[in-house]
Unconditional design. Structure first.
Lengths: 367, 264
């Protein structure tokens, strides 16, 4: 049974629809990430759940109780903010104890609980330090302990790692997940970082223009994006425009044999989505290329560690491919290569006129 | 690293310092002159003042008035400016404009206006410094209170701190008292200092409304006795500084060194 439900939530700011009918249903103890670019409405949704803002329409139900009109200090939601939010006049211990003091918990119980929580977030050595004596990562750990202290019904995290450096970010997101699983607490996590969302969540909801484009497990979101936007936002994707013809899709003057195209009527304009790691690249040997193979020159190489990303451009061809770095060494910039596209496991989507532009991620190659 | 101070800076510092110090030294020397001979040195003028009962009663009135004004001012302006920053930030420029009015309107105009406005109000208010005069001084202190507190509220992340406190279960009042106030303590202190200095030195309103406050006493001495007048001027200077230092001490005692570190 759903523990946290967001039912048909609407919120307008002037003429902008920040939320346009959000529906979310989350089981107890589950971890959901709201993922999307800036301005997609993810933080607005979180603030509605926290009670800092009221929806224009719709309901928020927690454990069967409608909390839509309940004030934030009576909701029992633990929240960790993007900005450092520790009370500067209190030590780490006092910060964590704050919510318990408000609830009138006895001092001995309170002290014990505070120490347990600070130990849980790995800060038992810094209990008496003030926020300005703690690093950014430590401050967010204390903020997490403080939010957990009140035993919230739902834990809300609003881009808690975005102000931290890359290494601390990875470390802390794993700890957040460990603690969440350990305590079995229902969690709503807002982020614009797809890697973060995919790595820690039970479910991911990709949002765009105030709506949920798709919600599913991280693996589903990656392997079966339902809309061009999701395909674009999660991971890197080749997007090839084409027209359905007999036996496949026509693109760059070639017919690509694609299983999924067989079920579509001829003449349909479609978008062929291909992950760069599924493209096979080889040095062109002059022979006429095999089926599903495009020919072009390597124009850039981007070293990504174990793999190297190649951008291949030819007549009407513009694709990117991830190849093992060792192999990429033999394909320097300027080499003429063949790029073999897979026939199966390729996604076809209807080509809509308004393809999304995403600022945060450079758009993958596409004609 | 030792900072190099250029000779021209030294000249300007000496010049600036002299501007403030010479009148004080001259007043001090004058106040030490003997009543009969007019030559140095005697503490007689100070003795005259200290043995004057009116000095103590008027000083007490002004000091208590200052404390009352500070208390009323903080009670009115802290929650108001907090809510304006948090809920209706577009009203902030309106408040800032209103805060300039006591600067623009001459005290003489203000006191005439206030006297006729409050005419007919109960005697306990109209005829007592704790009523009428305190009300006028709160208005007079408004600009100093507003701009000090405004700067304090702007120096902290008010929204995040408030929301963090609320999500932990705190009400508005608890949030203001336990979370916000401790973090704008230095702004509150600054507002209090300025208010204290103003009330301790305000003459026009007190004089026209016929109340006996410390500046009125200085004026009356000034008219009658030359040397004690110089002595009381210096003493008022010293007393105001002492009062400010004690306020600073009281305000900092609990905050300690974290006062500065906390408000970043």
């Amino acid at each position: 049974m759903a523990y946290l439900e967001l039912q048909n939530l609407h919120r307008d700011f002037g003429t902008t629809k920040a939320l346009d009918g959000i529906e979310i249903s989350l089981g107890e103890g589950e971890f959901l990430s709201l993922l999307g670019p800036s301005g997609c409405g993810k933080t607005t949704a979180l603030r509605l759940v926290a009670g800092f803002d009221r929806p224009d329409d719709g309901r928020i139900v927690v454990d069967g109780r409608d909390v839509t009109r309940v004030s934030p200090n009576k909701r029992d939601m633990g929240m960790v903010f993007q900005a450092y939010s520790l009370f500067p006049n209190m030590t780490a211990r006092q910060n964590v104890a704050f919510g318990l003091r408000i609830r009138g918990q006895k001092r001995t119980e309170r002290d014990q609980r505070v120490l347990e929580l600070l130990e849980l977030v790995g800060l038992s050595h810094a209990v008496d330090r003030y926020p300005h004596q703690l690093s950014g990562g430590m401050q967010q750990r204390v903020a997490l302990a403080r939010a957990l202290a009140i035993q919230p019904r739902v834990l809300l995290l609003d881009e808690p790692l975005s102000a931290l450096d890359a290494k601390v970010r990875v470390q802390l997101r794993e700890e957040i997940r460990r603690i969440q699983l350990e305590l079995g607490i229902t969690t709503l996590y807002v982020t614009h970082d797809q890697e973060e969302a995919l790595s820690v969540s039970d479910h991911v909801a990709v949002m765009y223009r105030g709506r949920i484009e798709q919600m599913g497990s991280p693996a589903e979101m990656y392997s079966a994006p339902a809309t061009p936007f999701v395909a674009e936002f999660i991971g890197t994707m080749n997007r090839l425009e084409g027209i359905v013809v007999d036996g496949g899709v026509e693109h760059a003057g070639k017919t690509l044999q694609i299983e999924e195209a067989r079920q579509r009527p001829r003449g349909d304009r479609v978008l062929v989505l291909i992950r760069p790691e599924t493209v096979e690249v080889d040095r062109a040997n002059g022979a006429s290329p095999a089926a599903n193979t495009l020919v072009g020159d390597v124009v850039t190489q981007t070293f990504l560690g174990p793999v190297t990303r190649l951008k291949i451009i030819g007549t009407g061809v513009d694709v990117i491919a991830d190849v093992p770095t060792q192999k990429a060494l033999g394909l320097p910039v300027g080499t003429r290569v063949t790029a073999a596209l897979p026939a199966e496991g390729v996604r076809l989507l209807d080509l809509k006129d308004d393809l999304p532009e995403i600022a945060e991620e450079p758009a993958p190659a596409g004609p | 690293m030792r900072r190099h101070i250029s000779p021209s800076a030294v000249v300007w510092l000496v010049f600036g310092g002299a501007y403030f110090i010479i009148p004080l030294v001259a007043t001090l020397l004058f106040s030490l002159n003997q009543q009969q001979t007019g030559h140095c040195c005697s503490l007689h003028a100070y003795g005259t003042i200290l043995h004057d009962g009116a000095f103590w009663s008027n000083l007490k009135t002004s000091f208590l008035l200052a404390l009352e004004t500070i208390a009323i001012g903080l009670l009115i302006f802290v929650p108001t400016i907090y809510l304006v920053h948090l809920k209706v930030p577009r009203l902030r420029p309106v408040l800032a404009f209103l805060a300039l009015i006591p600067f623009v309107i001459p005290p003489i105009v203000m006191v005439v206006g206030l006297l006729s406005f409050y005419k007919g109000s109960p005697t306990w208010f109209y005829a007592k410094p704790w009523g009428f005069l305190a009300a006028a001084y709160v208005i007079l202190a408004f600009p100093y209170m507003f701009f000090s507190l405004d700067a304090g509220f702007r120096s902290i992340d008010l929204h995040t701190l408030t929301e963090a406190s609320q999500s932990l279960g705190a009400s508005w009042a608890t949030t203001l008292v336990k979370v916000i106030l401790p973090n704008i303590r230095s702004a509150c202190l600054a507002a209090s200092f300025l208010t204290l200095a103003i009330v301790m030195g305000e003459f026009t309103i007190a004089s026209l409304a016929a109340f006996h406050t410390f500046p009125i006493y200085i004026q009356s001495i000034n008219e009658s006795e030359a040397y004690p007048a110089a002595a009381v001027t210096l003493m008022s200077f010293g007393i105001t500084w002492l009062a400010m230092l004690s306020l600073l001490f009281v305000g900092r005692k609990r905050g300690g060194t974290r006062l500065l570190a906390g408000v970043r």
